[in-house]
Ligand binder design. Structure first.
Ligand SMILES: *Cc1c(COP(=O)(O)O)cnc(C)c1O
Length: 382
């Protein structure tokens, strides 16, 4: 995965740090744009990784931004995304965040509850503005992903349920500072089967039709993100199969004339371009296993501890060919601070360099200050 020259650079830098392959990011963006086609708008979901260097590449590729906090809106504007390319979602937008986004004239608020409709209307009125909004609809679709990253089931906190639509329409008639321009859907993350997306299309068609029958045409249909990446064999699929993903929507969505499609992808754009690099501090014998204790932990990459996520782990400096089993753990005072159990690695010793793959999404962005850890370093490969 890394050339010998790159490994030499990696060895010289104080661990832990994230390595970002900007060349791979560029190639991923090229593939994304090629397969999405010209008639759709892609918004990059900043929450996956809001690193400025990555954002700069993404903005230059012509993507818009999908934000879930006021500071993400701020970060995208600072990075040069046009306000008109920014959408803002989230179940609990704070008043000052809404005010800021209104001042910046962002493209659209994705509204997640009836209560929020009233609040945005009220705050927009104070600024003498009309806020463009999309209703985030909860389509009740199982994304078959980890329960903590499924978002489109009726029991989840996200979005407005179809049984509330009649009420929403009545309320919208009374609100003069919001304008409904779109329907928004996002069913979850790390979705590795295309079946949930097919089901989503069917639901979107029904819901779109329902609104048409009730006299409401929306210009924008936002299908969210969620396309999963290959954590188990990153090298066999460094760039996700965007073609098959977009084909699903081309084949199954039935749109009204002039409706524009939006997507909000995060993980599938940045996931494979990042790797977390750590050093082995100690190897110690356990009862049934060996522990390789790293200088990186859940504070740098929380996904395994938070939702039992798998990351491929490699020893990139061992010259030994004997394979042994290790539990790969971090230095944090939590037993969930473990990157992988019974991982087969070439015999590993103190000072070896470990690569934790596919850490570009929800790695750096979710890092913690817990145990007063300082932020991991960064190395950019071109
Ligand atoms: C997190 C999120 C996304 C991006 O999800 P990925 O799985 O990273 O593609 C898109 N839209 C919304 C509303 C989100 O919350």
């Amino acid at each position: 995965m890394f050339s010998n020259k790159q490994i030499e650079r990696i060895k010289k830098k104080q661990t832990p740090f994230f390595v970002y392959d900007l060349n791979l990011l560029q190639n991923t963006l090229t593939a994304l744009k090629q397969h999405a086609g010209n008639d759709v708008k892609i918004h990059y979901a900043l929450k996956a990784n809001s690193n400025l260097k990555l954002l700069d590449c993404i903005k230059k590729a012509g993507l818009g931004a999908d934000c879930v906090s006021g500071n993400e809106v701020k970060q995208s504007i600072k990075c040069g995304f046009l306000p008109n390319d920014i959408v803002f979602a989230g179940v609990g937008k704070i008043d000052h965040e809404i005010n800021y986004a209104l001042e910046q004239n962002i493209c659209c608020f994705n509204v997640e509850s009836i209560s929020e409709l009233f609040v945005i209307n009220q705050l927009a009125a104070k600024q003498h503005k009309k806020a463009a909004i999309a209703l985030r609809v909860n389509p009740n679709i199982d994304a078959y992903t980890h329960k903590y990253i499924t978002t489109g089931l009726q029991e989840n906190k996200f979005g407005i349920n179809p049984y509330e639509f009649e009420e929403v329409i009545q309320i919208l008639k009374t609100l003069s500072h919001v304008e409904l321009i779109g329907l928004h859907f996002h069913i979850g993350s790390q979705i590795t089967s295309l079946v949930p997306f097919e089901k989503l299309c069917t639901r979107v068609n029904e819901i779109n039709q329902w609104f048409i029958e009730h006299g409401i045409y929306v210009e924008s249909i936002n299908l969210g993100g969620g396309l999963g990446i290959n954590y188990h064999e990153p090298d066999s699929e460094v760039i996700v199969d965007f073609k098959s993903y977009f084909d699903v929507f081309r084949n199954f969505l039935k749109l009204q004339p002039n409706q524009k499609i939006h997507f909000e992808l995060g993980r599938s754009i940045v996931g494979q371009c990042g790797t977390l690099i750590a050093s082995v501090l100690h190897v110690k014998k356990g009862i049934n296993t060996n522990f390789a204790i790293l200088d990186a932990g859940m504070t740098e990459l929380i996904r395994p501890a938070l939702y039992e996520a798998y990351h491929k782990i490699e020893n990139i400096t061992s010259e030994n060919s004997t394979l042994l089993k290790y539990d790969i753990v971090g230095p944090i005072c939590e037993s969930s601070d473990c990157f992988g159990k019974a991982v087969l690695l070439p015999e590993t010793k103190r000072g070896d360099i470990i690569a934790i793959r596919s850490a570009g999404a929800y790695g750096e962005a979710m890092s913690l200050n817990y145990n007063l850890r300082k932020p991991a370093g960064k190395l950019y490969l071109k």
